[in-house]
Write a new protein. Structure first.
Lengths: 400, 295
């Protein structure tokens, strides 16, 4: 009896210790999440205020508190400028006690911001940047990259086309880091599957008229013209391709297409195009249910990065709760050891290099006659298992 | 295939034609700026935003009121012109006697506000606007496929440019206009309502941007950013042509379209900067611009 009392007592005491210990180890008595994104520029629709809404939704679904302390969400506009973004994040971590930064759109901004965060031992939860640098040549134990990257896009979209016999490729590439990265990984995929690149043009970012490039693509003898660009560059390039009859002569592949861009194109132009995405709102009941709740906060269907922002925020908060601390290393270790699983993260795990590997989807843009509403844009053709979509981990990025 | 010095001549002819199409579009856009600057001495930085407004008005007219492309081609420039008239009357006139810098800053601010409001309302991804049925399809030329809509852009732009030039340079109305802005006191003494002329001229220059916006809607992405992307290029064209020279703006617009088209063919990376390189050279050699009069 005495022994039992002692055991009970020690259990109770250690429980008390754990709980006080947990509270003591929240660095400033609260968890503070910063959402950094382009709020009013070209990339506003793919993250922006929708990412803020998604993160706030995750916090609310989590109960608004973790370890008995409040969770606070703050946000800022990076204007797609690396200097603006990194200055803001420096201020956040150095004087505003921000524990973790999410959002993160333009790869150039993310490159600058992840450096600041790593220097300060704070986590970067990258929701929607395209570059794969953050888990390869600029990898860091403090980075987690959700949603998609250029490698997954190239593997998802390009590989099946080359394997189906479309061997000759022509690139119309956005002339900056993201476009070059996308073209680079896609070229590797083409060549390793027996295809070749017969020509390419580098169009400056923000080019309005692509007709000259479309003519060059037309006379190149390519089977596929790949658009390694995004946003309005992609929309303008595809509109012009259709106008000049290119889409009827050859396959035009959009390598990075967001639902909002696909929606901005007349179905007569875009229908039939296949592309890779990390998420689509109308996949099943789970995604539809989440989308319905998301739309109560934000007036559009979610972009893949916005769904990703919710998923990674949730996984982070679960990790803080389970480990009883907001210490970056401890939380990241938990996030890597425990699989995220929600409406977004399917068959998912966070790899040691910070890459969140999950199912990707090869989709087709629907014809006007197939669409039941203005948001009915994609038909899912194939689910691509995460390990096939994402490139293998580099040994120098294996952070345990 | 015909080649000359290793250059594919068929390909080159296609590029020249495409350059000419873009050039006629540039001419249309720079014309409005040239009128507003040449006659009124206002540097209108909102011209790009008003072009964007034209494209969005065309989209809204179709979306909410079922007004088709052809009707929009008439109605939208009128609506954008009214916006311009209100701008001139209530915002620009109170600072008309101040330094040019004031109107530049004011219009720049207005452009940012318009762009921000449209991003807020419609997002940054843009809207879809289909090519009107009558202009779908195209013609197969020996060296390229010419879409009908692009042929229409050349015809319509050049027609509007030429008739505007003719109206200002060759008619009595144009003479009043030029005189009214050159020596307002004298014209006022002759019983001509100069402030009205100024307002209407501004409205007309702005309406041209609206017209260009409707022309652009079917072929370019209709998005809040579309004006700011093109405005700086158009400004460079006006500077090269000679600030205020109407004929100069038209000819330079065409020429720069061709220059840009050739750059896209030989060295695409420089295609957005080539016009500025030309501008620097022209300013060094002939500071008043190719067609401008030395002050």
């Amino acid at each position: 009896m005495k022994a039992m009392t002692r055991t009970l007592l020690s259990v109770a005491m250690s429980a008390a210790l754990v709980s006080t210990g947990a509270q003591a180890s929240l660095s400033d008595d609260k968890v503070k999440i910063g959402v950094l994104a382009d709020m009013g520029g070209v990339y506003a629709d793919i993250c922006g205020k929708g990412c803020v809404a998604a993160v706030e939704m995750a916090v609310e679904d989590f109960g608004g508190k973790v370890l008995g302390k409040e969770i606070e969400v703050i946000s800022a506009d990076d204007q797609n400028k690396p200097d603006v973004g990194s200055a803001k994040v420096r201020e956040w971590v150095e004087s505003q006690q921000v524990d973790v930064v999410t959002g993160l759109v333009s790869s150039a901004v993310t490159g600058a911001v992840t450096k600041v965060l790593t220097d300060n031992k704070k986590l970067a939860l990258i929701a929607t940047s395209a570059s794969n640098a953050f888990t390869t040549k600029a990898c860091s134990p403090y980075n987690a990259h959700w949603t998609y990257n250029v490698a997954a896009l190239a593997n998802g979209t390009v590989k099946p086309m080359v394997q189906a016999g479309k061997k000759n490729w022509f690139f119309i590439t956005a002339d900056y880091a993201f476009g070059h990265a996308l073209e680079g990984v896609a070229t590797k995929v083409i060549e390793s599957n027996g295809g070749k690149v017969v020509g390419k043009v580098r169009a400056p970012l923000g080019t309005t008229d692509f007709s000259s490039y479309v003519l060059q693509a037309q006379s190149s003898g390519a089977d596929v013209v790949a658009l390694a660009n995004a946003g309005s560059d992609f929309v303008n390039a595809l509109k012009t391709s259709a106008e000049f009859g290119l889409t009827e002569m050859v396959d035009v592949a959009g390598l990075l297409v967001f639902t909002a861009n696909a929606k901005a194109l007349d179905p007569s132009i875009a229908a039939g195009m296949k592309l890779t995405t990390g998420f689509y709102w109308d996949m099943d009941d789970q995604t539809r249910e989440w989308t319905k709740r998301f739309r109560q906060r934000h007036d559009s269907i979610p972009a893949m990065g916005q769904a990703g922002a919710y998923s990674m925020t949730m996984h982070y908060l679960n990790a803080v709760k389970a480990t009883g601390t907001d210490n970056s290393e401890t939380v990241m270790k938990y996030m890597k050891e425990n699989k995220p699983n929600d409406f977004f993260a399917r068959n998912a795990y966070l790899r040691n290099d910070g890459r969140m590997v999950h199912d990707m989807y090869l989709v087709r843009i629907k014809k006007a006659s197939e669409r039941k509403s203005e948001d009915d844009i994609f038909a899912i053709e194939e689910t691509i298992p995460g390990d096939q979509a994402y490139a293998p981990m580099l040994s120098q990025c294996d952070f345990k | 295939m015909a080649t000359f010095l290793g250059i594919n001549l068929f390909g080159l002819s296609g590029q020249l034609l495409v350059g000419l199409i873009n050039g006629s579009f540039y001419a249309l856009l720079s014309l409005g700026l040239a009128i507003i600057f040449g006659l009124l001495r206002i540097i209108n930085f909102a011209q790009g935003a008003l072009y964007m407004l034209g494209a969005f008005f065309a989209w809204m007219a179709l979306q909410y009121m079922g007004i088709n492309y052809w009707a929009a081609l008439i109605l939208v420039p009128l609506a954008v012109g009214v916006v311009g008239i209100l701008m001139e009357r209530y915002l620009l006139r109170p600072i008309a006697n101040e330094d040019h810098l004031y109107s530049l800053l004011l219009t720049f601010g207005l452009a940012l506000i318009m762009q921000g409001v449209f991003t807020q309302m419609y997002g940054s991804s843009g809207m879809s606007y289909a090519i009107p049925d009558a202009l779908k399809g195209g013609t197969r030329l020996p060296f390229m496929y010419l879409p009908n809509y692009r042929a229409w852009i050349i015809v319509a732009s050049l027609a509007v440019c030429f008739s505007t030039w003719w109206m200002i340079e060759k008619t009595k109305l144009g003479a009043y206009l030029r005189a009214g802005t050159e020596n307002p006191a004298m014209m006022q003494a002759f019983g001509i309502n100069v402030p009205l002329i100024v307002t209407l001229t501004f409205g007309f220059g702005v309406a041209l941007a609206g017209f260009a916006g409707v022309m652009a809607a079917p072929v370019y992405s209709v998005s809040p950013e579309m004006g700011s992307n093109i405005l700086i290029v158009v400004f460079a064209i006006v500077v090269i042509g000679g600030m205020g020279s109407i004929g100069g703006a038209i000819l330079t617009g065409l020429a720069m379209g061709v220059v840009e088209g050739l750059t896209k063919y030989f060295y695409p990376e420089a295609s957005t900067t080539v016009i500025f390189m030309v501008m620097v050279i022209v300013l060094l050699v002939k500071p008043a611009g190719l067609f401008g009069k030395e002050a």
